[in-house]
Design a binder for this molecule. Sequence first.
Ligand code: PSU
Ligand code: MN
Length: 338
Amino acid sequence: MANLLEPFMRISPEVEAALAEGRPVVALESTIISHGMPWPDNLATALEVEGVVRDAGAVPATIAIIQGVPHIGMQREQLEHIARRGTAVQKVSRRDLPLVLAKRMDGATTVSATAALAALAGVHVFVTGGIGGVHRGGEVTMDVSADLTELGRTPIAVVCAGAKSILDIPRTLEVLETQGVAVAAYGTDEFPAFFTPRSGCKAPARVDSAEEAAGMLASLRRLGLGSGMLVAVPVPSEHAAEGEEVEAAIHTALQEAEQRGIKGNEVTPFLLERVRSLTGGRSLAANIKLVKNNARVGAAIARQYAAQLRAQDRREQEQQQQRGRSSGKQVPVLRSKL
Ligand code: PSU
Ligand code: MN
């Protein structure tokens, strides 16, 4: 099936078929593969997370840029290419998209670029590990991840485990509010802090099921606000990393970043890598478990969302048919296929 966005974007046949039929699709990012985890765990995790999404009844759409073309849904060889090259691949946030496309470069997309591309392709549920946020000291440096402003302008539900405490979590929540992002913690009142369910910050809202989260997404889309939402899933307690050990590693990593003058888009990858090596890889194990848990929840939300759109289509068609008998009007385009 020809795609209107070709050749600017390539949607895999599997993803395209699912979208055309209104079946659930879950977007996945690729910076977590290139910059968030080391080879070969990164490839293994990327494939396993896709498997979790499939097993939960949705189609995974991992997003990355290959020779200047955004791919929505990747072949195994393409994933392996990004995973092997690791940090040599350009990290691509929204601002980097024009350059990477124009120069026909490869790129691993962050939450911001992934969300933008997913929404263009018609995918409205997106799973990741942790989102970017306001960095500690961000009130001075203004280092605020483009992930936050993206959520303010893109109608998508991002499912994550909250934000790592390498970030300033209270200010991250403030910016999300300013951006108009609907933030809900999943099954808890507290906003989770990635490795631990506790951040000390109350979540602005709470949902207790995939159905409730999907209901929020459906409302947000129906209103046409154009902004997005964040579903923050706490790490299951059996996988929570030792809080104190990770906190100590984060403290050391932050000091090192400061001493070495790490700036801009290198800050997050530097901190993630230092925390991983300072905890002897234990944080990586927790990281992998938690992304898979998010994938299960995200796939369930995508399924519920698809079911809600289908139910809405049916209701509207019935109403239209009733009205149509008297006025002869056309039946509207199916909402589940938009
Ligand atoms: N936080 C994590 N793991 C990650 C990232 C953040 O715990 O892999 C990645 C995501 O791709 C996120 C990006 O979108 O880092 C944010 O980078 P920055 O802080 O430069 O905006
Ligand atoms: Mn930054």
